[in-house]
Design a protein around this ligand. Sequence first.
Ligand code: FE2
Length: 181
Amino acid sequence: MKNFYKLKIKNFLKSNTDKFFLENSLSWQTYSVNYQEWLEPETIYTLNSLSVFPDKAYIFKAPPMSILPIHIDGNQNSSRVWAINIVWGSNNHNMHWYKIIRKSNIVLHTQASTPYLMFNKDDVEEVENVSNLVGPTLVRINVPHSVSNYDNKIRYCFSLRCLSKNDTWEKIIDQFKFFID
Ligand SMILES: [Fe+2]
């Protein structure tokens, strides 16, 4: 079982949204955004038809030539299992997933006040990575993962968090099976 699956959902984001933020910071940024302002109404309809209900959305901004620390979204006790990510801006970026060798208790917070559990490189082992994902992709976020941006352009990632009765990775893949490439 992979840690990511591309989704066949066309026109996922609204085309008239300004997707390039002017602020040119050299640090990673997390913005909490209103998913209704970003998603095409048809996308919400499609997700609802799968009994998936958008809950929250974030934009992650990665400066050129940067690496996001290895982390799980959430803390030791609770974590979101999955997200739908869509990336733009950078043409050379990777996402990595790891297995845990030693547990972590380093809980930090993003600028949007969401907690994440950080791992040291020596406490995990890489199991999978993917380059240059394009288009909406189901990604697993309750196992350690990280992102690298090797481009000299900013990498933007819209990340949708949803409510669903299925709270395991296996079940959510099954729920999306007709939309997986
Ligand atoms: Fe994450």
